[in-house]
Design a protein around this ligand. Structure first.
Ligand SMILES: Cc1cc2nc3c(=O)[nH]c(=O)nc-3n(C[C@H](O)[C@H](O)[C@H](O)COP(=O)(O)OP(=O)(O)OC[C@H]3O[C@@H](n4cnc5c(N)ncnc54)[C@H](O)[C@@H]3O)c2cc1C
Length: 483
């Protein structure tokens, strides 16, 4: 290969970019020359927007453990700000709760990137700050660098490498303007994005009510009126500190406003949710230095399956730029962690083998799909179906149609089978008769999920098999989306 400034450039030093950088450093035994380019100043690594590190901050313990197991990096206090025993999802009528996820942490997203930058530097990673990456630079059908602007003077910036990893988040400018032909989808449908926002508050407990605040559990509230097409959350950061917010689908919000003669926007709904939360009294945006500049913000997150292809010649995508957040709950930290570690291993091997072609990087597609991503298409189907339901239907379904087995599937990140709906006992037959469309819709999502999962487990071993696999996938999805 020709001489390049680096082996690999990572555009974007957020959750995905920083873990990918450390992972390449670790798997290459610090031999790879790695540069992370981020638009933030060094004092604010990982900051998503001018409004801060906007996130619900929840991550499962098993995701955090995965980093420790694979690249030997363990986090602790203060970046793991508060431990939780799980995530509880409440039905709109608050009568049913479901444990959606096991043990985990509420992170301090402002502090964590400082720790991650130090870890990456110890593994030989270099950093360039204050640079906005605008475009990919290509040569002979390969991506070979990035161009952009060094701020604040907007001085032209260009660095070359054997490959570039796009970890610039959900608003990346790189993937939609890929200068070479590839199998990567450039654009996302507006309906597959959620508008989300949250506060970080210190507060006084107004009323002890664990359905509204519980320092041991991250709470999710389903309510199509207050969070149409999404959900709201109250995640504890301590006994008197909370990350509280919600996400909506724009189309669902417009329909809800029209139906109810309202003109609410995202921020109105967040403020209404805070006001209706019976446990949160006298909220103030947390004055702590650890939260300064990070207590109120909104941003977007994708809720579709990850991009069907994650690599091209000299290029790979990871994290939100690859739409990796889980379609069902928009949790993107866990998928970013798994994908970043897997990508790091594949890139270290590709650099060692001097082959950063699409084929040389293809193993990343396979690893991610087989070990984590295989569920995502079926969760996309379930998400789309749930968005069609009313509050009454969600409450009814959670009360009568969800079984223990379904709940343990959900905890294990598997698609629920809704096997209760297949019981032929009189009580269930009466319930199904009361909500026949709901019952058949849930069964449909479970049936199509099996087919989609087995299709994903047969992800092509080589790029040559991709076109046929993708055609089949789109046909299967077309059928699955017919509720
Ligand atoms: C309100 C909200 C709540 C959420 N809650 C949760 C949750 O509780 N749990 C969970 O698992 N997930 C949650 N998510 C999703 C999660 O935050 C993301 O999936 C995760 O941060 C993805 O990391 P990333 O590194 O891909 O992107 P980001 O965190 O967005 O990082 C991108 C980095 O790239 C930099 N960058 C961007 N553009 C450029 C450019 N052109 N040039 C140079 N640098 C650039 C940014 O400044 C940033 O440093 C939430 C998201 C939102 C918006």
């Amino acid at each position: 290969m020709a001489n390049y400034d680096y082996d690999v450039i990572i555009a974007g030093g957020g959750m995905a970019g920083l873990i990918t950088a450390a992972s390449i450093g670790s798997f290459s035994r610090q031999k790879a020359r790695i540069l992370v380019v981020d638009r933030n100043p060094p004092s604010d690594p990982g900051k998503k927007t001018i409004n801060g590190w906007t996130c619900g901050d929840a991550v499962s313990k098993r995701s955090v453990d995965y980093i420790a197991k694979n690249i030997g990096i363990s986090y602790g206090k203060p970046e793991l700000e508060h431990p939780v025993d799980g995530v509880l999802v409440y039905s709109p009528d608050h009568e049913t709760k479901v444990l959606f996820e096991g043990e985990g942490f509420i992170l301090n997203r402002k502090i964590l990137p400082h720790r991650q930058v130090e870890d990456a530097k110890k593994l030989g990673v270099e950093f360039t700050y204050n640079v906005v990456c605008d475009r990919l630079y290509s040569e002979d059908g390969f991506v070979r660098g990035v161009t952009g602007r060094a701020m604040p003077e907007s001085v032209p910036f260009k660095k070359t490498a054997k490959m570039v990893i796009d970890a610039a988040g959900s608003a990346t400018k790189l993937r939609p303007n890929l200068p070479i032909s590839s199998k990567i989808d450039p654009d996302i449908d507006r309906d597959d994005l959620e508008s989300t926002g949250r506060y970080i508050f210190d507060f006084e407990v107004e009323r002890e009510d664990p359905t509204w605040f519980d320092s041991r559990y991250a709470l999710i509230h389903l309510d199509q009126y207050i969070a149409p097409g999404g959900y709201s959350w109250t995640f504890p950061k301590g006994k008197n500190k909370v990350n509280i917010g919600l996400g909506v689908q724009k189309k669902a919000l417009d329909e809800r406003n029209q139906k109810n003669g309202r003109k609410d926007g995202l921020q109105d709904l967040i403020d209404q949710y805070v006001a209706m939360n019976k446990a949160i009294g006298k909220p103030v945006q947390s004055p702590s230095n650890d939260d300064l500049g990070n207590t109120k913000g909104s941003w977007q997150v994708s809720v579709r399956r990850h991009n069907d292809c994650l690599v091209a010649n000299g290029y790979a995508i990871v994290g939100d730029s690859a739409w990796m957040a889980r379609p069902i709950d928009a949790g993107g930290i866990g998928p970013s962690i798994y994908a970043s570690v897997m990508l790091g291993k594949v890139v270290a091997q590709a650099i060692e083998a001097n082959d950063t072609s699409e084929e040389g990087l293809w193993q990343y597609n396979l690893e991610y799909m087989k070990h984590h991503g295989y569920q995502m298409a079926s969760f996309e189907v379930l998400r789309r179906y749930l968005q069609t339901l009313t509050n009454d239907q969600i409450s009814y379904g959670m009360k009568y149609f969800l079984s223990e087995e379904d709940i343990s599937s959900i905890v294990n990140r598997e698609h629920p089978r809704f096997s209760r709906l297949r019981l032929l006992n009189p009580a269930m037959m009466v319930r199904v008769a009361k909500e026949p469309k709901l019952a058949s819709g849930l069964k449909h999502t479970a049936d199509t999920s099996e087919d989609l999962i087995s299709h994903n487990m047969n992800y092509p071993e080589k790029p040559s098999g991709f076109a046929a696999w993708k055609t089949q996938l789109l046909l299967k999805l077309q059928l699955a989306f017919k509720f």
